[in-house]
Design a protein around this ligand. Structure first.
Ligand code: AMP
Length: 264
């Protein structure tokens, strides 16, 4: 597995790859888990080579504390990527990616202003800008994004269409624990009690057909809601648990009614 920290090193490698072979790219901020691994496996199925980028993108954090506390697990990430037989890792320096001091940005004017965009001003500008940079640097045939961040996936797909980016944007299903909680790098920051609350969050939003009932139940269990909304047959949710922001979403057709046991 070749690890590049310099963009030029990656470009030199890219030049040596046969032109008739395909490349898949999976963009991550590290702290890798089985959700990331599922994207990598899909890329390996579809392509001759897979590139994984690791970059904790500062421009998408509207909250400096969130950025400062974002987990960094470089050693175990590299071990995981080696065990998955990833071909290339690209982990550039901030100064190289933002040599323009972020004077050039991608803005979307509609869908990026609701849901996560409302609570996190500038978040999607940062996301779309870094994704565009990494799409162009990677030169990949296909790029893989998780449905866990469905609003992000939709914005990236539409951006690629808007700018005629040749890379095909592909979505992969959300990977969850057996409890129903979506895997997330931020789960690493939850203590046992907060983890229990996070599991309740996932359970409540997946089992209450009525949005108002779900809101009432979350409030009853002292789970701070950022938003809980439905758009285009999909339910989107974000909450704060011990100050840690967790998001989730799924098609409304997947909401299942189960006997909702109150936590003891
Ligand atoms: P992140 O490192 O959190 O920026 O995520 C990198 C990519 O992994 C994004 O496309 C995410 O949507 C995707 N991802 C994160 N968590 C999951 C999950 N639980 N299931 C599937 N994809 C995920």
């Amino acid at each position: 597995m070749k690890i590049c920290q310099e963009i030029d090193d990656w470009k030199a490698i890219k030049e040596t790859l046969p032109k008739d072979k395909t490349l898949g790219v999976v963009m991550t901020m590290g702290a890798l888990h089985s959700g990331h691994a599922s994207l990598i496996k899909q890329s390996q199925k579809d392509n001759d080579y897979t590139l994984v980028s690791i970059f904790i993108n500062p421009t998408q954090f509207n909250d400096k504390k969130d950025f400062d506390h974002y987990p960094n697990t470089w050693e175990s990430d590299i071990q995981l990527l080696k065990s998955l037989n990833v071909d290339f890792v690209l982990s550039p320096h901030k100064e190289a990616l933002y040599h323009d001091n972020y004077h050039y940005q991608i803005n979307e004017k509609h869908f990026s202003h609701i849901l996560c965009g409302r609570a996190r001003p500038g978040h999607f500008d940062g996301v779309l800008t870094i994704v565009m940079k990494l799409l162009l640097i990677s030169g990949a045939t296909r790029a893989y994004f998780g449905e866990k961040d469905y609003q992000q996936y939709q914005l990236i797909k539409k951006m690629a269409e808007a700018f005629f980016v040749p890379t095909k944007i592909i979505s992969c299903p959300t990977v969850r624990e057996k409890t129903g909680l979506a895997l997330s790098s931020r789960n690493l920051r939850l203590n046992n009690q907060a983890k229990e609350k996070a599991i309740r969050f996932a359970h409540i939003i997946q089992t209450h057909h009525c949005l108002t009932d779900a809101i009432t139940q979350l409030e009853k269990e002292n789970i701070q809601i950022d938003y809980l909304e439905e758009h285009n047959q999909r339910r989107y949710a974000a909450v704060f648990i011990d100050g840690i922001r967790l998001i989730d979403n799924f098609p409304i057709s997947e909401i299942h009614m189960t006997q909702d046991k109150e936590p003891s």
